[in-house]
Design a protein around this ligand. Structure first.
Ligand code: MG
Length: 248
């Protein structure tokens, strides 16, 4: 069932989203060569709690950390730990916060130091594909309009969208209906209505869209070990243009 959020629910989601956006802004300053993904996780965990929120990911289906930190060919669900970032890496940081029972969920991919022209282009295309999707998140459109806009933009730039992980409704739970795939056909799927809140989150690979999950049962990597990037916002469907809840 797709839930439409009340004004009270939206205001809690706005606050959760604000905390997530601020945390990402602060994390960006700390993404430098030599920092470990575990240190970034600890910072994010403390930041969310200081702001009056709980980390949404910690313990979710057994996930052991408060952020996902996915480096280079890691697509999603990287587990923070002792890995030290190196100059030229890219790191996707996915973070969720729960404020008064409501979730904000967002992801940015950051460059570490100086990155290659290809990596830089991947980040630009993936970020823009998210905004292509957000631009279609208006009442009367369908989920497939978002999906198709993301896929077409990505493929026009020679990259591939991941199929095995998709965006989702979000609110009182981190994953609600509907699913929001980053591929598909315009005009298909549930119709968008004011009050719906969805996380749109393209994961884009330089090479094949196929991924495999590592023996830790969490971390997905590109099957051909090509680079992957990931951008995500939690978005409210309004009567007009969508409201991005996870930006400051
Ligand atoms: Mg998400």
């Amino acid at each position: 069932m797709i839930t439409l959020k009340s004004a009270r629910e939206v205001s809690n989601m706005r606050e959760a989203g604000r905390i997530v956006a601020l945390a990402l802004q602060e994390l960006g300053k700390r993404v430098v060569p030599g920092v470990t993904t575990g240190e970034l996780n600890q910072f994010a965990d403390e930041f969310m709690r200081r702001e009056g929120a709980e980390p949404a990911f910690l313990g979710y289906q057994g996930f052991p950390a408060s952020i996902c930190a996915s480096v280079n060919e890691e697509v999603v669900h990287g587990i923070p730990g002792l890995k030290k970032l190196e100059n030229g890496d890219i790191i996707s940081i996915d973070i969720g916060a729960v404020y008064h029972g409501y979730v904000g969920d967002a992801t940015l991919t950051f460059p570490v130091g100086e990155i290659s022209a290809e990596a830089s282009r991947l980040l630009q295309v993936t970020r823009q594909s998210l905004f292509e999707g957000i631009g279609r998140a208006v009442p009367g459109n369908r989920i497939g309009d978002i999906s198709a806009a993301v896929q077409q933009f990505v493929e026009a730039h020679g990259y591939q969208v991941v199929r095995d992980f998709v965006g989702h409704g979000v609110g009182a739970r981190m994953h609600e209906e509907p699913q929001v795939p980053n591929f598909g056909r315009a005009g298909m799927g549930p119709r968008l209505q004011p009050g719906m809140t969805i996380a749109i989150e393209p994961m884009v690979n330089v090479g094949t869209y196929e991924v495999m999950v590592m023996p830790n049962h969490w971390t997905a990597v590109t099957r051909d070990h090509s680079l992957s990037a990931h951008f995500e916002h939690t978005v409210l469907i309004t009567g007009g243009q969508p409201e991005i809840l996870t930006q400051v």
